[in-house]
Design a protein around this ligand. Structure first.
Ligand SMILES: *Cc1c(COP(=O)(O)O)cnc(C)c1O
Length: 497
């Protein structure tokens, strides 16, 4: 299987696509042809462990990696860092849905599913293409991605990872998660500015030839762990196959039955992986794209118009979905446009120049045949958490609640009776204060920090606070660097000196 660019450029191997991240023509890499899994092959996943399922699925998407390479990587990625053997367990939520829990990894959110494997894929890809320099990952984070990247690259030979976060712009728990990271190849720097300043600073470093030359002199090469890298997308395809196999195993469906997935969506990576699983033969019904108040995607799927001109940006209680430009959408557009790279390039040009584009009627028809969409207000998120806890005894975080509420609406509106999966992207304790407020009211949170909120949530629900949160206040702070927003390049060089 080869990879090609959404802007029409030359095809390359998967390992080259992972090493490069972005294609030279500015496009994103997509499979030039999809592998095709038969019903028998999917049924064969049922008795397998998650690791075996991953090896089977990945071998078909990444044919230029050997079975041994993939098995080693998978063993390293999905091992002791996860708190349950199933890695991505399925839990029944009443009679209406199943929850695919993607937050049993080291940082309690779904980004671990990809970022635990990516460092292996990157370093192996480097070796295949004669790259001997240390791969140096720079990340700007608004909270969750930074810790997931740090944990993924932690002590992986041949890699180094530096994370910038906005000083005062992340939660107390998020900051502590990052600054207590151990390892000899991790760096964390607070930037005096907001997330956009940090992001702009990282982009500036990436496009600075003098910086690249200095880093090269040190025997290093810059790279990104951004969600546009195919190496972040491909590990996510696995858990859709795994979810299907678990539904078969539990007798909830028969082989060939279609399953709907409702996904809390930000950058469109998670839900696109489900689409790719479908293209590879998994019997997927409807893909339901769930948004919070930042509902540009829900509007797009309904109308075919992507418009960010007069849209306010809301800071919500599901912050990992607070996004206006979903970069992975370009991969879907490529597919909807019949793989016409020039068409995609022109839509992306319009988005840049006019902050708006409209797809053709034919593209919209094809979009709506596969996708449905909806969004939930802040009050709706809290209600959904409280209701699901009360009616189904299932405790969910604010992002998962967005998907749960949108699925509920979808089922009521359409009467669609196919088995449905809520993709659960974070532990309720990762957003403990908001979850506590939903269940016990805002008075319960009054005067409490994140940790006190988690303790009370645990007491009220009889669930336990994960050690990744509970242990944080007692862990030594290892990273205390702070820099100005226009001095990030110097701060990186100081950190690695
Ligand atoms: C990143 C994230 C999302 C959004 O996923 P995308 O792939 O960007 O659409 C949803 N929930 C949580 C908890 C996340 O961290």
């Amino acid at each position: 299987m080869q990879m090609k660019s959404t802007r029409g450029g030359l095809a390359v191997s998967p390992s080259m696509a992972i090493l490069r991240g972005l294609a030279p023509d500015g496009g994103l890499y997509v499979p030039a042809q999809f592998p095709s899994f038969t019903g028998e092959e999917i049924a064969a996943l049922v008795p397998m462990t998650y690791q075996q399922r991953a090896a089977f699925v990945l071998s078909r998407f990444l044919p230029d990696f050997t079975a041994e390479e993939l098995e080693n990587a998978i063993a390293g990625a999905y091992g002791t860092g996860f708190d349950c053997e199933a890695v991505a367990p399925m839990v029944k939520v009443g009679a209406r849905a199943h929850s695919l829990e993607l937050w049993h990894g080291p940082t309690l959110a779904f980004k671990d599913m990809a970022l635990q494997l990516l460092p292996y894929l990157l370093t192996m890809s480097g070796k295949k293409h004669g790259e001997t320099r240390e791969v140096f990952i720079l990340v700007a984070t608004s909270g969750d991605t930074g810790k997931a990247a740090l944990e993924g690259f932690l002590d992986v030979p041949g890699t180094r990872c530096c994370v910038f976060y906005p000083n005062g712009g992340v939660s107390q728990a998020q900051r502590l998660q990052m600054v207590t990271t151990g390892g000899s190849n991790t760096h964390v720097i607070a930037v005096n500015g907001n997330f956009d300043d940090a992001q702009t600073g990282v982009k500036r470093i990436f496009s600075d030839p003098a910086f690249a030359a200095e880093i090269d002199r040190q025997g290093r090469v810059l790279s990104s762990a951004n969600s546009i890298n195919f190496g972040r997308l491909v590990p996510q395809i696995v858990y859709y196959f795994s979810a299907y196999a678990d539904l078969l195993k539990a007798g909830e469906i028969a082989m060939g039955d279609e399953v709907n997935f409702c996904v809390p969506t930000g950058n469109f990576g998670d839900i696109l992986a489900a689409d790719y699983a479908k293209k590879a033969g998994l019997p997927v019904g409807r893909l339901i794209c769930a948004s919070n108040d930042n509902n540009v995607l829900a509007d797009f799927i309904e109308t075919g118009v992507y418009d960010i001109r007069s849209r306010a940006f809301f800071k919500t209680i599901s912050p990992s979905m607070d996004i206006l430009i979903s970069s992975n959408l370009e991969r879907l557009l490529f597919d909807l446009a019949g793989e016409d790279g020039a068409k995609v390039a022109s839509l992306m040009e319009q988005l840049k120049a006019e902050k708006k584009y409209q797809i053709t009627d034919a593209m919209l028809k094809s979009l709506q045949a596969r996708y449905a969409a909806g969004y939930v207000s802040e009050a709706g998120i809290r209600e959904e958490i409280a209701r699901t806890w009360k009616e189904d005894g299932y405790l969910m975080d604010t992002h998962t609640a967005v998907a749960s509420a949108v699925l509920r609406d979808y089922q009521e509106k359409t009467g669609d009776k196919r088995a449905s999966v809520i993709v659960s992207t974070a532990s309720p304790y990762k957003f403990g204060a908001s979850v506590l407020e939903a269940i016990a009211g805002s008075d319960a949170c009054e005067g409490k920090d994140d940790f006190a909120c988690c303790a009370l949530l645990s007491e009220l629900t009889g669930t336990s606070v994960p050690p990744q949160i509970a242990d944080l206040p007692d862990m030594p702070v290892r990273h205390s660097a702070v820099c100005e927003k226009d001095a990030m390049d110097g701060a990186v060089l100081d950190a690695v000196r």
